[in-house]
Design a protein around this ligand. Structure first.
Ligand code: MSP
Length: 502
């Protein structure tokens, strides 16, 4: 069985989750569900980035210890993932003892091979972004525009500069590593000047302590080094067995990641620093690191510090979590920015979910119950709908492969529309000679659509099949075969899947 290892960034838990965080996680969940459907053994890793000055400062502000704050906020994330039906395989927290031990062992291993050396860092640091500025940026952070802290501190450096040429080479030989294509130039340009070595420790009280015996009192490991390595400790990488004899089962099974999803704000960390660390550890690199765009609110990146975040709990309560999953992926091509407005949300909800999908299922369900004794009629000629649904897999699979969720849903919408059109044209309520097979064809089309929609709308997909009395389907791609619905299945009355929003 093929494997599929997929990750999201781990989220800072200084504040509650917002729609931006939901975006990456929903996209990952959709991919994971699709790959499971294809029969792969999937490992979907997500989690919480719990250390660093930013989290410590937020705890001070809330009058809590950092440990109390992170426990509280992680709880919020987990509640939200449950509400949104996120089926991860592991949720990692960087405060876990095992993770911390892994970080320390990796630190020591890199120190032994000369990739980590002591020195003094002089320069600026942006706490909200938890990053060191490059000298050309001056004193304000080029990413968030905020003033920074001037540092002059003893530290240990990671020899990033040593890997510059190898990273360049890797980009050339593996163009699919940087996705989407449009950001390749931006990432490659980051290598046009010499890469400075990276300061790997901070004078920060809330972080992973240096390994025993390493000098540097009061220093903790830089939060980004700690965070990036979650992708290794998440599959129980054993740094004490680099050659593999005692390597963990899940590391052997799943490494390297097949897809890593990140927002475009953190590409330098994931396309430059992360590969360099893996090269230093002699480990294979992820196959694909995909950077999606931002959700903006009021034309600015949605973020807590700007005070323009959209509250996901509130949206789920008012419109349902499935509608939020759908909107995020159907509204904007993955990789582009989008403006999140309630107006756009309601518009798409009403047109795609209430009118097109909801109506299709509701209308012929109603007809079967009122005119055909509540049972699925026997099949006849499958006609246009049988042809259209047969064309779906070859059209949809490459879209998912390239993370084109937008195109995937667009293609499904075309078939939903074709179904509604067919119902109008064939008018089975007139009880013509073909009306039974017309309804059969619509049932079969809805069943097949429900399978394709399931990664995005997991609950709705099940509801569609339930109300059509469709159970005992084969697993995986076999369920896509036309004609599996058994005539005589009992159709039950069900409330509209997506009631129209007024
Ligand atoms: N903790 C680091 C990541 C470490 S991964 C080794 C971090 N955390 S974060 O909570 O600030 O943001 C994580 C991710 O959330 C972003 O990369 C992005 O995937 C997502 N988003 C946060 N705000 C977003 C938007 N406004 N729009 C879309 N995605 C956003 O960075």
């Amino acid at each position: 069985m093929d494997k599929y290892y997929l990750t999201t960034p781990i989220y800072y838990v200084n504040a509650r989750p917002h729609v931006g965080h939901v975006y990456t996680t929903v996209a990952a969940d959709v991919l994971a569900r699709w790959e499971r459907f294809l029969g792969k053994e999937v490992f979907f890793l997500t989690g919480a980035d719990e250390h660093g000055s930013k989290v410590a400062a937020a705890a001070d502000q809330a009058g809590l210890s950092p440990g109390e704050l992170v426990d509280q906020t992680v709880g919020r994330y987990l509640d939200l993932w449950k509400l949104l039906e996120i089926k991860f395989d592991r949720f990692i927290r960087t405060t876990e003892t095992e993770h911390q031990k892994t970080i320390q062992s990796i630190f020591s291993a890199l120190q032994r091979n000369g990739d980590i050396y002591p020195g003094v860092y002089e320069g600026h640091y942006c706490v909200p972004c938890e990053r060191y500025l490059v000298p050309a940026e001056g004193i304000d952070c080029a990413d968030c525009g905020r003033p920074t802290e001037k540092l002059s501190e003893e530290t240990y450096f990671f020899r990033l500069s040593r890997y510059q040429e190898r990273i360049k080479e890797h980009f050339l030989k593996n163009p699919e590593f940087i996705q989407p294509e449009r950001i390749r130039d931006e990432v490659t340009n980051m290598l046009s000047d010499p890469l400075p070595d990276l300061s790997l420790t901070r004078r920060c009280r809330w972080g992973v302590p240096l390994p025993k015996g390493v000098a540097g009192s009061g220093l903790t490991i830089y939060v980004w080094f700690d965070a990036l390595l979650n992708y290794l400790s998440g599959v129980n990488y054993n740094p004490l067995s680099p050659a593999g004899a005692d390597q963990s089962k899940s590391f052997k099974r799943f490494w390297p990641p097949d897809v890593q999803l990140v927002g475009k704000d953190i590409i330098r960390f994931h396309h430059i620093i992360w590969p360099a660390i893996l090269m230093a550890l002699n480990l294979p690199l992820p196959k694909k690191v995909f950077a999606h765009g931002w959700w903006l609110s009021g034309n600015e990146k949605m973020s807590k510090s700007k005070g323009n975040v959209v509250e996901p709990f509130d949206f789920c309560r008012r419109y349902g979590s499935e509608a939020l999953r759908y909107f995020l992926l159907a509204e904007v091509p993955f990789g582009m920015d989008g403006n999140f407005t309630e107006e756009a949300f309601r518009k798409r909800y009403n047109s795609d979910l209430a009118n097109d999908l909801g109506n299709l299922v509701h209308r012929f369900n109603h007809l079967m119950r009122t005119n055909f004794g509540g049972k699925v009629p026997p099949p006849g000629d499958g006609g246009i709908l049988a042809r259209k649904t047969a064309e779906l897999f070859p059209a949809l699979a490459p879209k998912m492969e390239s993370l084109d969720f937008f195109g995937f849903l667009e293609t499904l919408r075309e078939v939903i529309s074709a179904g509604n059109h067919y119902l109008d044209e064939e008018s089975p309520w007139r009880k013509g000679p073909n009306s039974g097979s017309v309804l059969y064809n619509l049932t079969e089309t809805s069943r097949i659509l429900s399978i394709y929609l399931e990664p995005v709308l997991p609950r709705t997909a099940v509801l569609i099949r339930q109300q059509l009395g469709l159970t005992d389907l084969p697993a995986g791609k076999e369920a896509l075969t036309w004609g599996l619905t058994k005539p005589g299945a009992i159709v039950t009355e069900a409330p509209p899947l997506f009631p129209r929003i007024k």
